[in-house]
Every structure is written in C-alpha cells, then in structure tokens.
Design a protein around this ligand. Structure first.
Ligand code: SF4
Length: 474
C-alpha cells in the first residue's frame, strides 16, 4: 500500500475546515493528534481547562473516525515523543500541519521536519495584517476594526456602516439594571466539547442572549456570572467554532430585525476587532513583547489570586469564586477587577500573565500576552492601548453591585476601611505622574491626584495595602 500523508492536528485546531485538514481525505491521509502528558503537567491549569481540552480532542478523534479517517491519537509523554512514535508506526510520506497558534509549536513543527500550510482559523492572517500595518505609522484597534469591517463586509450598507455609526460603545456602558440578575437566560453549565454542541451554544446565544448583549456589556453582578455574554470564547479558541460563521450568524439575526445594532456591532467588534487584533499583535511583537515591564512593576503575585489567601474585597472575592467555579469570567471582571488590581498594585507583569494563562478555560499564549502585557498592565508603555485601564472603587461601584455589601468603603482613599482600589488608584497616578501627565487621556486625572491635600496619607495607606496584599491579609 502506498505511503499516506499524515495531517497533524493540534488541540486548538479542532475543525475539519481548518487548513491542512480542509483538503485531506480518508483515502489519502491519516490524522495524528497528540495528547501530551508533559503539557498537562507543566502548569497548574484550571481543572476545567484540562477537562475541556482533553475531552474535546477525544471527541474530535471520534468525529474524524466516524467520517472515515484513520486517526492515530497518541497519548504520549510529549508532543515530540508522540510524533516520533507515529513516524515509527506508520512511516508517513510526510507530516503536514496547519500553521500552529503559538511560537513554540511552530518551532517544534519546524524542528520535527513537518511541512506547514497557511491557517484560515482567523479572518486576518498575519501576512494580511502586515500589508495593512506597513502602510501606517500607528495601528490602533479602531482603525484595524474599520478596515476589517470594510474588507469582510460585516454590518456594512455599501460603503457605510449599518446604522450610520462604526461604534455604539456609548450605548453599551449602562449600569447593572435595578431589576436584578434574573433577566438573562443561563447557558448550560458544563462546557461543550464537540462542534455540534458548540454550534448549539452559538444558536442559544444569538437567539436568546444577543438581543440583550449590548447595553449591559460592561456590567458585573455578584449573582450572575454571564449576563448576556456569549460564553463562546473557549470554542472559538479551540477551533470548534470559526469566527466567520459566528459573525455570519449574528449578522443574519441583525438583518432579520431580531437584534439591535448596538448588540450586533458590540459583539462583532469583539470578534473581528479585538480578537483578531490581539492575535496579530502577538505575531508582530513576540517574543520580546512578553518580557516588557515599562512601569517597573515588581510585586510578586499576591496569594489571593491563587486561592492561598482569602480576601475581604467583595468584588475580587466574587470574581475569583466565579473563576474558580468554571474557569471563565467576562471581559470586565478580567480587565477592571483582576487586571486593574494587578496594575494599580504594581504586580509583576510576567507573573500575572502566567497566572491568567493558567486560570482560564479559553486562554492561550496569543490571547493572554497582548491582553495582559498591553491592554491590562500597560507593561508595553502604551504600544497597544493609549492609556492604562486604571480605576478606583467608584468605577466598580458604578458598573456592579459589589460595593454595597463590602467591608471597605469605595469612597474612601485613606483609613482602615478605605477601598483598596480607591487608595491604589490615586497612588498609581501619583507614582506615575511624570509618565502620564502629558497623556491627553490621563492628564486630568493626574492633575487631580497632584492636587490632593492628603496625598502623603494616600501614599502611606497604599504601602500598607500592598504589604497586606503581599501577606494575604486584605
Ligand atoms: Fe471592591 Fe472597593 Fe467596592 Fe469593596 S468597596 S467591592 S473592594 S471596589
């Protein structure tokens, strides 16, 4: 029998339509998947993440076999060992992979002498991003997003954006509604691990939650972990869903008049804007980007993040409990509670990146490095985001129901019961005043901080707060 080619599929490429698998056929190709024990043991991953990925790989193997493929699912000590065992057993004429989604996997693929083909897992390939970026001095997300809208045609009426505006964020920052947490339908509690089940989750989202997604997109509620968020990121990041089909489905609901423009645009912005932007910044700036620390933040990861200490901060405790329960919280708890605390307390960016990467079911290096180093911790000095996302207790109080039952007072910046966010926020502005006073988006806040009569007491209280964070006593 003639030697067959092998298509090696990584665990975050679980889709028949992706790259090398799209043109493979049972008569001419074997498929290889490797579950590597060394990868699973390498980090304290969230248990839900390990369960989701290993189950999704096993289910994908079953789906491929049902389609007639011969599949070699190697349960191996490492990826390298799995590929070598496959070669020894099957002597493929060549092993072909779809461009993997991390630098380390691409190095391994080259090292093992495998061929790679261009990936279509994202809507904007790094080569396309390069063509766009090479014509410009800066490449801000908003410009990238509009370029994506135009070239992909989402929510466009001819050359104009549907509804007349490119951005409906102003309508999407409403406070949590007063009538409580029960207004949004709850998605199924366990993670989907097959494409079929992921498509059902997509259907649930677009028909039930999407109409309400926009207005309270940035709100947080202690008793509701999902609000109207899609909760689709794990499936997109494993390849079970593709960004184009998700956006097509959203556009269809909008065009049918069942979804308002601010919800449809807000969601499509997340997918073809932020997600693709972050993906491309990863390839443009790595590997050096991961080690940046522009604000010289050097606090070791406080023990409350890992569960080694409890916290009296109701917002942080609530978000960490939700994260512990299912390995997922939406973008505002990530950015404005966890990330914000790490930013204003001065947590080491590499340690915080690693913790975020370990803790979420939908994480990957390409997601976490730009989002944490650039967006959340401003450790890149502003290459990605023009201002740091620093906020005090007033912001968290406006966007959530956490503060009412908290041991701290969000309006106080000094004193035993001062809100740690409020204290650290003012201290952050004072600490970095020279850097941010000339930033047009920050200068007003910095000047207000410089006028504080109690600035000395704020600095002292901040030192105390950081010391308690370090000891796990906050
Ligand atoms: Fe969080 Fe401060 Fe509000 Fe407490 S008062 S919930 S610590 S923001």
């Amino acid at each position: 029998m003639a030697k067959r080619e092998t298509v090696w599929v990584f665990g975050d490429q679980l889709n028949r339509a992706i790259g090398a698998l799209a043109t493979a056929a049972p008569a001419t190709h074997r498929v290889l998947l490797v579950t590597a024990a060394s990868k699973i043991a390498s980090r304290p991953w969230h248990p839900a993440r390990v369960a989701l990925i290993t189950r999704a790989i096993a289910d994908f193997v079953a789906d491929l076999r049902a389609d007639g493929f011969e599949v070699d699912h190697q349960l191996a000590p490492s990826f390298r060992a799995g590929v070598e065992a496959h070669r020894a057993a099957h002597s493929p004429s060549r092993i072909v992979v779809t461009e993997p989604n991390s630098l380390s996997a691409r190095r391994l693929v080259a090292d093992l002498g495998c061929d790679s083909v261009r990936s279509n897992q994202f809507l904007c390939h790094p080569d396309d991003f390069q063509s766009w970026a090479s014509t410009r001095k800066s490449f801000r997300m908003e410009d990238f997003y509009r370029w994506q809208r135009r070239r992909l045609g989402y929510l466009m009426d001819g050359d104009e954006p549907a509804g007349g505006e490119w951005n409906y964020d102003e309508q999407n920052r409403e406070r949590p509604p007063k009538d409580g947490h029960g207004r949004w339908p709850t998605p199924a509690n366990a993670w989907a691990t097959t494409r079929k089940a992921a498509l059902e989750r997509l259907e649930f989202f677009v028909t039930r939650a999407l109409p309400m997604f926009g207005p309270h997109e940035d709100a947080m509620l202690a008793k509701n972990w999902h609000l109207a968020h899609s909760v689709l990121s794990p499936y997109l990041n494993l390849g079970l869903l593709l960004p184009g089909e998700v956006c097509d489905r959203v556009e269809k609901e909008f065009r049918a008049g069942r979804v308002p423009i601010n919800s449809a645009e807000g969601f499509i912005r997340q997918v073809i804007g932020w997600r693709e932007y972050v993906w491309n910044l990863y390839w443009r700036w790595m590997p050096d980007y991961a080690s940046l620390n522009a604000l010289d933040a050097d606090l070791d990861l406080p023990p409350l993040f890992t569960g080694a200490a409890q916290t009296s901060m109701r917002c942080v405790g609530g978000v960490l409990r939700d994260l512990q329960t299912r390995g997922w919280v939406h973008h505002i708890p990530r950015l404005m509670v966890l990330g914000n605390l790490a930013l204003i307390a001065g947590v080491d960016p590499q340690q915080f990146t690693r913790w975020m990467w370990d803790s979420f079911v939908d994480s990957a290096e390409w997601v976490m490095v730009p989002n944490v180093i650039g967006m959340s911790l401003h450790a890149d000095g502003g290459k990605m985001a023009s201002k740091p996302y620093a906020a005090g207790g007033a912001y968290i109080d406006r966007m959530s129901d956490y503060c009412a039952g908290c041991a701290f007072d969000r309006s106080k910046r000094v004193g035993e019961d001062a809100c740690p966010f409020t204290t650290l926020y003012w201290d952050f502005l004072l600490r970095h005043a020279d850097r941010f006073v000339k930033n047009p988006r920050m200068s007003t806040q910095v000047r207000s901080a410089q006028k504080l009569r109690d600035a000395k007491a704020v600095r002292e209280r901040a030192r105390e707060v950081v010391a308690r964070l370090r000891l796990g006593q906050l």
